[in-house]
Write a protein that binds this ligand. Structure first.
Ligand code: NAI
Length: 287
């Protein structure tokens, strides 16, 4: 099956990155979001990234123009119905995602793969919301920033077909990525390992072991991390980090080791979500 157009549901950090990556690899991408504001942010992000790539001579102006032409933006899924692949990249919340899956089932054709970029939610559980199409549901977990990060974690649900899996591998490669399989446990591999470490960095900060700058410097210089865990949490989005911890807590026998740190919860409740709001663990308002 040749994918000629991908519908990306959700135009936040990840959705905008997935769409841009598709567009720069010759695949048309339509971005769908319920928020006009998010749509215009995605558009601006795409323009800026393409301009940057041309300025740095990573792509030519012609290639940037083709990528721009490959991108479109809609506020209703129905307007994206001609896509022959769909990937959901909306808020990390089971109920939100299940309602999106029901809509994707209604809107897209019978042979369209319905993928999800969820970081932690069970693929089998999401697929159960559309019993007639469970074989077409799969986890296609990109990493942030999508245009740069090479990995796609591919997660089959209980009923995902081999055909769906094979097509996901082909599309991931077509988008310049390296697909690697993981089994359907909350958090899969990447977040099962990463998120408890980020959460522990919040505990270390709360306990007064060190301030955020020192925690991040120690992990960068001592463990060769490109980014400290608290800086990374801001980059991912503190709400996303909290939500992933809760999905793992609920999905892995309510083991208290997966409960999100109180300081993390408080920052989210104050609306300090990290890079995307200009304030998280660190302040970014002055750039
Ligand atoms: P985000 O908060 O930046 O964006 C979420 C977007 O979903 C928002 O634009 C929101 O308006 C939209 N949305 C909510 N309900 C919708 C609906 N019914 N229809 C269409 N759009 C809707 O979140 P982000 O960071 O892009 O995360 C999206 C997904 O990707 C989550 O499942 C997250 O766990 C996953 N993910 C996030 C990573 C990260 O580093 N932020 C990395 C890998 C996966």
């Amino acid at each position: 099956m040749t994918v000629h157009k991908i519908a990306v549901i959700g135009s936040g950090t990840m959705g905008s990155g997935i769409a841009l990556t598709a567009a720069t690899n010759g695949i048309r991408a339509v971005v769908v979001d319920i928020s006009d504001e998010q749509i215009s942010r995605a558009k601006k992000y795409h323009q800026k990234q393409l301009e940057k790539s041309v300025a740095k001579e990573r792509i030519t102006q012609d290639e940037a123009d083709i990528a721009t032409a490959n991108l479109s933006y809609k506020t209703s899924m129905e307007e994206a119905a001609d896509a022959n692949w769909a990937v959901e990249a909306a808020t990390e919340n089971v109920d939100v995602k299940k309602s999106i899956f029901k809509k994707m089932f209604d809107v897209f054709g019978d042979d369209v793969v319905l993928a999800t970029n969820t970081s932690s939610i069970s693929i089998t559980d999401l697929a159960s919301s559309i019993p007639k199409a469970e074989h077409r549901v799969i986890g296609m977990h990109f990493f942030n920033p999508v245009p740069v990060m090479k990995l796609v974690e591919v997660i089959k649900g209980k009923k995902t077909s081999e055909e769906t899996t094979a097509a996901t591998i082909v599309l991931s490669e077509q988008m310049g990525k390296t697909p690697v399989p993981a089994n359907d446990f909350a958090g899969f591999v990447s977040n099962r390992v990463l998120m408890p470490m980020i959460n522990e960095a919040f505990h270390a900060w709360s306990d007064g072991v060190a301030d955020p700058e020192a925690i991040d410097s120690i992990m960068k210089l001592g463990c060769a991390f490109p980014m400290g865990p608290l800086r990374l949490a801001d980059y991912i989005g503190l709400d996303v980090c909290r939500d992933i911890m809760m999905v793992m807590y609920n999905g892995l026998d309510e083991n208290p080791k997966y409960l999100p740190n109180q300081k993390l919860i408080e920052l989210v409740e104050q609306g300090h979500l990290g890079d995307k709001t200009g304030q998280g663990v660190y302040n970014y308002e002055k750039g």
